[in-house]
Write a protein that binds this ligand. Structure first.
Ligand SMILES: Cc1cc2nc3c(=O)[nH]c(=O)nc-3n(C[C@H](O)[C@H](O)[C@H](O)COP(=O)(O)OP(=O)(O)OC[C@H]3O[C@@H](n4cnc5c(N)ncnc54)[C@H](O)[C@@H]3O)c2cc1C
Length: 506
């Protein structure tokens, strides 16, 4: 059957250009035309600056040069997220890595839980190399030797979202992606099949395609406005529906992590880049006003604001079918889960991976769409549960929003995970979907979901051997940390951008 020869992408934000890049990289030149329509008048959402380690697989697939990419986007390194005000201890980290190192196949947190029954081992975070690295604002690349404590983490990036879209655009255009400037005002469907045949631009021009990828952001011009693909509303579990975003000047200390601080009606983010810091307040309009949110955000800044706060509106949820007929919704057009764990760019990336695996031919076998939608459902639901956990298990903040989320009924899938952890500290292992056991452990422990007992496998070590093991581990972490450079120095040596420094006055 005829292969797809023309793919049209609507939207030139992060998801649109990521889609174009993957397609142009995957198809042999000449096999398929990739076109992207975007409107400068509408612009892009321009937030979305904190990523997950998986983004490095994306860059590797494209063959991007890391220093060049980081310079072009004013990027910094990210080792995880610091959560302030979510647990009783005031602050905890969700690292891109593990706590400690397992011994004889026994997960480290089980050893630590057991140690607590006969000694004071100190906070579990003191045994995590990536957390200590982050707290000391140092950075170096992980190494591969699994015996080394320096193999126990991964890293991601913070980058400027506008520069990232621009960088990918240049990369794509150099490889033959055709960019069309203009506003889409009409979506034209086949009267019998309902398949989309062309898009009409404001100037009357039409652009056809065999497959359309809707990356038009919250507008969801094709998938939502035209095909009316259903929407599952997750607001009852994730009530935040607004964000105010504001950039500030760069601060002296370049922290290699995102910070998420719980506030009276939501939480604020802080994302350090080479030339500025990104800040924002994600809040629920049910529990505060926009004026009050603005006041809270401005009061929380640690440097001078470079602009007026910008308001964004959204709704937590996802499209019930991201792939409908010959249209695939990607990025914000396919759903929205608030950025508490920086998952949105990952969700675009994984959807593209599924699409490449299930690329249809001109018949558009419905089985492919069903499988794609099934996989996307798993991804969204895993992230949803993980985000709800942060709210529901919050022990560090007070106010009507927090009272509501602590007492709300959560999905059964999350209830089961919490019960399992409370019992003996066990966490889910699953093949598909985000968040490894290490991530669940970090949030459970950080937010005081405490196991009643430990896994009996941890008894394999005698008390003396376990005490020695913990002491050695701490010493190993101290010794390895002491020789590593500061994050700021590392960035300066690896991908320094003089223009960024000038803009930041450093
Ligand atoms: C407050 C907030 C914070 C976030 N933080 C993070 C984060 O830290 N990490 C993360 O991974 N994600 C984050 N996200 C999500 C992230 O911003 C998005 O996943 C990412 O930017 C992709 O957006 P997009 O490309 O789908 O949409 P957009 O950037 O909105 O792009 C939409 C494109 O469609 C075009 N368009 C729309 N309508 C038309 C039309 N009629 N004709 C022509 N063109 C049209 C626009 O011009 C634009 O080019 C955040 C989101 C929000 C709201």
């Amino acid at each position: 059957m005829a292969p797809i020869r023309n793919i049209t992408i609507l939207g030139g934000g992060t998801s649109g250009w990521m889609a174009a890049a993957v397609l142009v990289r995957a198809f042999k030149p000449g096999l398929c035309t990739v076109r992207l329509i975007e409107s400068e008048d509408i612009g892009i959402v321009g937030v979305g600056e904190a990523t997950l380690p998986q983004v490095r697989d994306f860059n590797t697939f494209l063959g991007l040069d890391e220093p060049e990419f980081m310079r072009a986007t004013n990027a910094t390194f990210k080792l995880g997220i610091e959560f302030r005000g979510w647990g009783m201890s005031g602050s905890y980290h969700h690292p891109f890595g593990v706590h400690g190192q397992s011994a004889g196949g026994i997960p480290f947190h089980q050893l630590w839980l057991r140690a607590r029954t006969f000694m004071d081992p100190g906070p579990i975070e003191d045994y995590s190399f990536p957390i200590r690295l982050a707290r000391e604002s140092r950075f170096d690349f992980p190494i591969e030797d699994p015996k080394s404590i320096r193999s126990t983490y991964a890293y991601a990036y913070h980058f400027d979202a506008v520069l990232y879209a621009r960088y990918l655009r240049q990369w794509c255009e150099a490889r033959g992606v055709q960019r069309i400037e203009g506003k889409v005002t009409g979506v034209n469907q086949n009267p019998e099949t309902g398949f989309v045949e062309t898009l009409t631009l404001e100037n009357g021009e039409t652009v056809g395609g065999d497959l359309f990828i809707d990356c038009s952001g919250f507008r969801a011009v094709i998938a939502g406005q035209t095909l009316n693909s259903g929407w599952e509303d997750w607001t009852p579990w994730l009530p935040c529906d607004r964000a105010l975003a504001v950039p500030t000047e760069r601060t002296e200390d370049l922290t290699p992590y995102t910070r998420a601080t719980a506030r009276e009606a939501g939480w604020t983010w802080r994302i350090p880049l080479q030339h500025r810091t990104g800040n924002g307040y994600v809040f629920s309009s049910r529990f505060t006003t926009e004026d009050r949110a603005r006041e809270v955000l401005l009061g929380a800044l640690d440097a001078r604001a470079q602009a007026e706060p910008r308001l964004l509106r959204f709704q937590a949820g996802r499209r019930t079918a991201s792939w409908t007929k010959n249209v695939i919704a990607l990025g914000l057009a396919s759903g929205f889960l608030e950025p508490l764990e920086s998952t949105s760019i990952y969700l675009s990336q994984i959807a593209l991976t599924f699409l490449m695996r299930l690329m249809p031919d001109a018949r558009f076998d419905p089985a492919l769409a069903d499988e794609f939608n099934r996989l996307i459902d798993i991804e969204y639901e895993r992230v949803r549960d993980f985000l709800i956990l942060h709210y529901h298990a919050n022990t560090g903040s007070s106010g009507p929003l927090w009272d509501y989320v602590r007492s709300m009924d959560v999905p059964d899938s999350l209830k089961a995970k919490m019960e399992m952890f409370r019992h003996r500290g066990h966490v889910p292992h699953y093949k598909d979907g985000l968040f490894s056991p290490a991530s669940w452990i970090a949030v459970f422990m950080g937010q005081d979901v405490t196991p009643q007992a430990y896994d009996r496998q941890a008894d394999a070590l005698s008390q003396e051997a376990l005490t020695r093991y913990l002491k050695d581990l701490k010493r190993k972490i101290d010794t390895n940390l002491a020789v590593l450079p500061s994050h700021a120095d590392f960035v300066a040596g690896h991908c320094f951008d003089p223009k960024a420094a000038e803009a930041a006055h450093v």
